[in-house]
Design a protein around this ligand. Sequence first.
Ligand code: SAM
Ligand code: FES
Length: 347
Amino acid sequence: MSFFTTPGDDELLHYITTEDSQEMEKLFAAARSAREEYYGLDVYFRGLIEFTSYCKNDCFYCGIRRSSPCARRYRLSPAQILECCRIGDRLGFRTFVLQGGEDPWFTGERICRILSLIRHEFPDHAITLSIGEWDRKSYEDFFRAGANRYLLRHETAADAHYGALHPPAMKLSRRKECLYTLRDIGFQTGAGFMVGTPFQTPECLLADLRFLQDLEPHMVGIGPFIPAEGTPFAAYSQGSVNLTLRMVALTRLLLPRTLLPATTALGTLAGDGREQALMAGANVVMPNLSPQDVRKFYSLYDNKICTGDEAAECVRCMSLRVRATGFVPNMSRGDSKLPVTADLQVV
Ligand code: SAM
Ligand code: FES
């Protein structure tokens, strides 16, 4: 089989479900060469700033959901966020990723103000937002204020499954609409999904791949589901590392120019989970720049790793891991090789 021109559903389902180790190795090797064709051996570093653990949403899987009795809440001030960027810049980062729950304190206006401050001080850095669902006008404002990239995982592209993971007020159609809007505005857009969430079937994962083919995002975040205390899914099983790696590899083969992170969730389930993801076609890592004293409170799931180390230590550790796996740490902006469709002209 030529990996992969226009695979049919059966072929994709076969690779989603295979347990054959030789077949998996072939899949991972093909994914590595697809990645190498566009990105060489470089692994791009992004500085992650988790700036608020408040959230108005109540996703059933998420450790910082609104009604979790266990979640500890914090929010960084704009000055603290800027300070994280300065520390990141000194460590060599050229991409800042601002992620948080949907925290009503951070109004669109406040977000724009923070973006302008960062953009003013760091004119050449990439700024990524990951702050959930907003209307088109707000996304346009964020773009004009200096954000270049936006991460919004679709979580699952199967409608009934989406309904089983979220309260009725949250809709897959809305999530998808946000993603198409972001892409149309001109953001480098990131979608993504969890592997092994309760009630997920191979057909759900097939729907994820088909949706990604249609959206053609610049980035795709794929991580295993990990139960979180204080959530309705606390007692469910975690996702499989192996299946997550297969989904990373299949995504790389279907979308060779996309940027694929080796996620912290994979590193949480297996000591070498991120290295295994690099060997399955991933090419991004996201060391943590959040202040040390709040890091453990951004607990999306139990036993999250990298909550104790200083930012500089996280960078050193990740660089060593990347090198030891045979890849090359790259601190540059590392834009996606997929062109952006720019609706908005920013002057
Ligand atoms: N609020 C933003 C949003 O909704 O996109 C960003 C924050 S959200 C916590 C970031 C991602 O964490 C989610 O898209 C989800 O895929 C992941 N996540 C949440 N709970 C998780 C869990 N229990 N296990 C693994 N990943 C989880
Ligand atoms: Fe909002 Fe998880 S429920 S970030």
